[in-house]
Design a protein around this ligand. Structure first.
Ligand code: BV8
Length: 246
């Protein structure tokens, strides 16, 4: 299956990689559905990652993000991020992840659908954004005084308009869309491969488990992204006769 996909990708001028938490798993970043550890084991991320939770208990939500930020401080991009950063040809990464690991691996064309954990933004409407604060409690917005919050998209919140528009244009105009390390459950991100299929763009999936997309994918590789992507890049290079290292 990897050879068939490599054969198509070797001739593809424009590839889109839609990535989820499974791509960062090998870096030690827990996926959203992993059981949370320690103090946070009793909380459901889906409940905490909401504006209602922040309005109800800003300190609790802020502390959860401080814990997640502390985990991120100790992780590095893994071979999946590096394979995408060294992709043989043009690749646009559309990520649901908020960890910034694609950019740290060297990817240049990255569309972030759900924001970034290393940034804060004003919880009111002034739009002020700052680097993530290490304060114990949500600091006041330097501009309007409202509480600052992590600059991520919570459940029930709209995705950044420009990012979503760019993502839709990218998948519709691609020669191939790869859905990598995502359960394909969270919308509207999960709709992007379907938009590609509707535009006649073939879809491949790389995931450790089957998803709702698997039946529609022309190529479905069951495996870890940090092992499958490097093998796929090597197979593409071989097909192209690219023997130089990146
Ligand atoms: C919106 C930032 C509307 C925050 C995140 C009922 C039906 C349909 C939709 C809804 C509904 N009820 C509510 C909704 C909408 C909701 C939604 O989709 N809910 C789902 C769960 C039913 N969506 C929203 O609320 C979105 N907004 O709809 O707004 C609107 C419109 C206009 C105006 C106002 C409002 C906002 C969604 C964004 C939420 N924010 N993150 C934070 O991080 O704290 S989502 C968060 O969870 C992640 O960013 C990620 O996107 C998601 C988890 O998904 P995955 O990345 O796929 O990770 P997951 O753990 O699920 O899967 C990992 C996969 O990898 C697994 O399949 C595993 O097998 C695989 N894997 C593991 N290891 C590896 C691997 N694969 C390869 N290699 C490995 N090594």
């Amino acid at each position: 299956m990897i050879d068939a996909l490599a054969g198509h990708l070797a001739g593809a001028a424009s590839v889109v990689a839609l990535t989820g938490a499974g791509v960062s798993a090998a870096s030690g970043v827990p996926t959203f559905r992993d059981a949370q550890t320690g103090l946070w084991a009793r909380y459901d991320p889906m409940e905490l990652a909401t504006p209602e939770a922040f309005a109800r208990d800003p300190q609790l939500v802020w502390s959860w993000y401080a814990w997640r930020r502390s985990l991120l401080a100790r992780v590095w991009p893994n071979d999946a991020h590096i394979a995408l950063a060294e992709w043989p040809g043009r690749v646009t990464v559309i990520t649901q992840n908020v960890d910034g690991l694609h950019q740290r691996a060297g990817s240049k064309a990255v569309i972030e659908l759900h924001g970034r954990l290393d940034r804060d933004r004003c919880s009111a409407v002034c739009g002020t954004r700052t680097p993530a604060s290490a304060a114990e409690s949500p600091p006041p917005c330097p501009h309007c005084g409202a509480l600052m919050r992590p600059d991520v998209v919570w459940f029930g919140e709209a995705l950044p308009e420009q990012a979503l528009a760019d993502a839709l244009a990218a998948v519709r105009g691609a020669d191939c869309v790869l859905s990598i390390g995502t359960s394909s459950l969270v919308r509207p991100a999960a709709e992007l491969p379907w938009e590609a299929l509707a535009a006649g763009v073939p879809v491949g999936e790389i995931n450790t488990e089957a998803t709702l997309l698997t039946g529609q994918a022309r190529w479905s590789l069951r495996g870890r992204a940090d092992q499958t992507l490097p093998a796929l890049v090597a197979a593409i290079r071989q097909r192209r006769g690219d023997h130089h290292e990146p």
